[in-house]
Design a binder for this molecule. Structure first.
Ligand SMILES: *[C@@H]1O[C@H](CO)[C@@H](O)[C@H](O)[C@H]1NC(C)=O
Ligand SMILES: *[C@@H]1O[C@H](CO)[C@@H](O)[C@H](O)[C@H]1NC(C)=O
Length: 405
């Protein structure tokens, strides 16, 4: 009935908090883009936000103010952001046959320094976070301990996050941040439709890649920024994962337009515009298999965005411990993403797919050149991953069991 529907609406509204950190996410992307040359990019904005929330919980004064300002929490009453982050991670976390999303956040503190009990209590309450003490002077042992913790939290996808050289006898505190995601496409690609295919990189060179293919119902739209700055019309394709909560959005410029022309126009409101304007329809999709992995020095990126104080000797982390000289020396994130047909191994078909543009019945998204992508939660608008593929999975000409077209 109508009343039931209304109740359901209200219930949905309250149960899915809206992520407000997309501005921060996009600014961080632009930082990485400027530093990234022609490389692939992958990072997890949500995971960085959660890690910074953990630090903010222990911060005061300028240390706290910079985090709130940069993450876009200033419009919230003080402290509400912790509840928001808690609700967001709860809404996004998942662990079933189709979809696994797991956060691994932890603070490692030098032995002999005690955390304030109230801080520990709030860390558990809001972040279910682990806080552990280690002896940083035993740098190799600490690196191993932290790495195996991360490895365990990420089904072994993230290895060697830190090395002994990352620590010194003056290290007091290390923030560790990792995230694991595994999802099945709602519409899976059939492995027998995968072919070797040329991918044109933005530097003009070509590599051979494994191109997946399917025709299916997706969310699709064509956009233009009007000014021609982005090279005119570009395509946005949203492909849901099983369960439809999570999806991958692929943003593809025209073939002759380098991704670097499109990147500057990417802004937080534009992400919303894409999400709100893609329409469900049949689309022909050519998407390369890809695997992207990146270790990011969050310290320099965050400093570039205005979070500076926590990394200096002026840091005020007095809500964390009573120690006066505590600051964050190191903050790294390592992210990994592998996109495949859906786990199915190397079965190969025999050239039945017509790769021709002459008889196009549906919009065709041909990702045979660099593209931007986002993996997001469609209910909370949280961005789990953001990145770009400049080079997909490259195959050597002589290791093909795959027929060239
Ligand atoms: C988080 O969820 C709880 C329980 O549903 C709710 O009381 C609280 O207001 C939410 N916080 C935010 C910031 O949305
Ligand atoms: C690995 O993680 C699981 C579940 O998160 C936990 O039960 C187990 O104790 C962990 N093992 C190690 C070696 O940390």
């Amino acid at each position: 009935s109508y009343h039931f529907f209304l109740l359901w609406l209200i219930f949905s509204y309250y149960s899915f908090p809206l992520d407000t950190t997309s501005e921060f996410s996009v600014r961080l992307y632009h930082q990485l883009q400027v530093a990234g040359g022609q490389d692939n990019i992958i990072f997890s904005p949500l995971s960085v936000a959660v890690a910074l929330g953990m630090v903010e919980l222990g911060a005061r004064g300028a240390s706290l103010a910079e985090i709130r300002q940069t993450l876009g929490f200033n419009h919230l009453l003080p402290g509400v952001e912790f509840s928001l982050l808690q609700n967001l991670t709860a809404a996004v976390s998942n662990d079933d046959a189709h979809c696994v999303i797991r956060f691994a956040n932890s603070l490692f503190l030098q032995e002999g320094i005690a955390f304030n009990p109230e801080f520990l209590h709030l860390m558990r309450k809001y972040f279910r976070a682990q806080v552990e003490t280690v002896d940083f002077s035993q740098s190799a042992a600490v690196a191993e301990q932290i790495n195996s913790w991360v490895e365990n939290q990420t089904e072994s996808k993230i290895r060697e996050l830190l090395s002994a050289e990352d620590f010194s006898s003056v290290t007091r505190l290390t923030l560790v941040n990792a995230i694991y995601f595994r999802g099945s496409w709602k519409n899976q690609f059939r492995p027998e439709n995968t072919r070797t295919f040329s991918f044109s990189k933005d530097d003009g060179s070509e590599v051979q890649t494994l191109m997946m293919y399917q025709q299916g119902d997706f969310y699709y739209g064509e956009f233009s920024d009007g000014s021609q700055e982005a090279g005119g019309v570009y395509q946005v394709l949203e492909m849901p994962y099983e369960g439809e909560d999570m999806s991958m959005m692929i943003v593809l410029p025209r073939q002759e337009v380098p991704l670097a022309s499109l990147e500057p126009i990417i802004k937080a409101p534009l992400l919303e515009e894409w999400a709100n304007n893609v329409k469900r329809q049949k689309v022909e999709v050519y998407l390369p298999r890809f695997k992207v992995e990146q270790k990011i020095d969050l310290k320099s990126s965050l400093q570039g965005l205005g979070i500076k104080n926590i990394f200096t000797s002026d840091a005020d982390l007095s809500a964390m411990t009573d120690g006066k000289d505590l600051y964050i020396e190191k903050a790294v994130q390592k992210a990994y993403l592998e996109v495949t047909e859906e786990g199915a191994e190397g079965a190969v078909g025999s050239g039945m797919i017509a790769l021709t543009r002459t008889l196009v019945l549906y919009p065709q998204v041909m990702a045979d050149h660099p593209f931007f992508f986002i993996i997001r939660n469609r209910r909370t608008a949280s961005i789990l991953f953001m990145g770009r593929v400049m080079t997909p999975e490259v195959i050597e000409p002589n290791d093909h069991d795959f027929d060239s077209i």
